[in-house]
Design a protein around this ligand. Sequence first.
Ligand code: AMP
Length: 486
Amino acid sequence: MATCSASVPKGFFSVNLSSSAAPSTPASSVPTFEQFPLSPKTFAALRAAGYTAPTPIQAATIAPALSGRDVIGAAQTGTGKTAAFMIPLIERLRAGGPDAGCAIVLAPTRELAEQIHGWARRLRAGLKTALVVGGVAYGPQIGALRAKPAIIVATPGRLVDHLERKTIALGAVRVFVLDEADRMLDMGFKPQLDKIMRALPGERQTLLFSATMPPDLGALARMHLRNPVKVAVGPQAVPPPKAAQDVYLVANGEKTPLLLSLVATNPGNVLVFARTKHRTDRVMRSLCDAGHAAQRLHSNRTQQQRREALEGFRRGRYRILVATDIAARGIDVADIRHVINYDLPQTVEDYVHRVGRTARAQAEGRATSFASPEERGQLHAIERHIGKALPRQAAPRRGEAPRASEPKTAPAPAVRHRAPRPIDPATVRSHRPLRSHGDGVGAHHHATPRHDRPVSLADFVEPGVAVEHRRRPSAQARRARRGRRS
Ligand code: AMP
């Protein structure tokens, strides 16, 4: 059983966690749900959800939250945070009767808000709920808000819109939950958070959950939380232990052929992360052109399209989902076999969150990264953070299949739908085999590291692969070019 003493933020008390990310069967020292004064309706809902015992974050936070204390929970996504705040919130609202007021749960992305709202509906028993997120019409939301819901799950931008339109007032809020608070700050929601905080009554309970505790979040918590109980669960921000991680060192232009050969030879569903919306579109088109059932998820798509993409991926209509970091956090899709970082993320936290989409709830999974020479800084940072070098995989030679991470007998997805129409056929590349790095990692070897040496620049220069280094033109040349244009 791993403890987290070294990584627990100052002032927090730590909780043992047998697995760093996925909820696990608790040891006998961990309380059972029966030890909390919960209502029969909640016990019934927990049984229906198949929750037999609380996860560590639930065990540590349910009691103080039930007693009305403010709570700061430092826990990664996938540790059972949703029920950790939803159970006490529902119990307190229900116990308060008609005058109990309402609760607001704020989440950084629409997808996460929808997921939390789904949970609120499963556990609510008699309480009205409303989902207030962007990308959809205001009318039905205003209708739902007029019906005086007890639980409102919202994203910050749309909640502020409603405040400004005066279609919502927050005076009756008794419980305020901030989920994935660090992500909200990363996404630039600080101004919206400040507006929301100002509209909330001073007399309320605040439950703040975050995977990491950056200093600006500490400042926000000091200003808005009263004597909070602080709980940190598990080592901060490490990938799930059952996720086998590896990396291919490839030139940027070789990423798509490598991706195509990996998804062709590895069964199971795949979540691919790309750096930008544009790259997400392009990667999806290449996959569709190669005959794969793929879809994309990023913030330029309508909410209906985003919902359809995620639901289609959940249900197996799409075997492959290509996404920006919008899907890195909190999204709970069972059984993602393979996460592929087509582009490395900008922060190590995002790496951990992306990898955390696989190997959930004690399942096995694989997380493969493609690192181009331009991404060497990010790769170094990730390896420093996780404390080891990622095993290098050799890209397949011509006519050779890449290493299969799972038995070939694993069932392929049953449903195969017509791929969405490609938008720009010009971007589609033929599948060109890659060269080996020559470090001896065979195509069919398992993910055991062949060497633990730290990465060096030499790792990024593949024999025979020309990497174009574009030098920034001199100031004089840039001035001359501007002159020519004007
Ligand atoms: P969350 O961190 O809230 O996204 O939860 C991650 C996953 O753990 C979800 O699939 C939950 O349904 C599941 N989960 C949460 N609490 C428990 C529990 N006490 N027992 C078993 N599974 C749980």
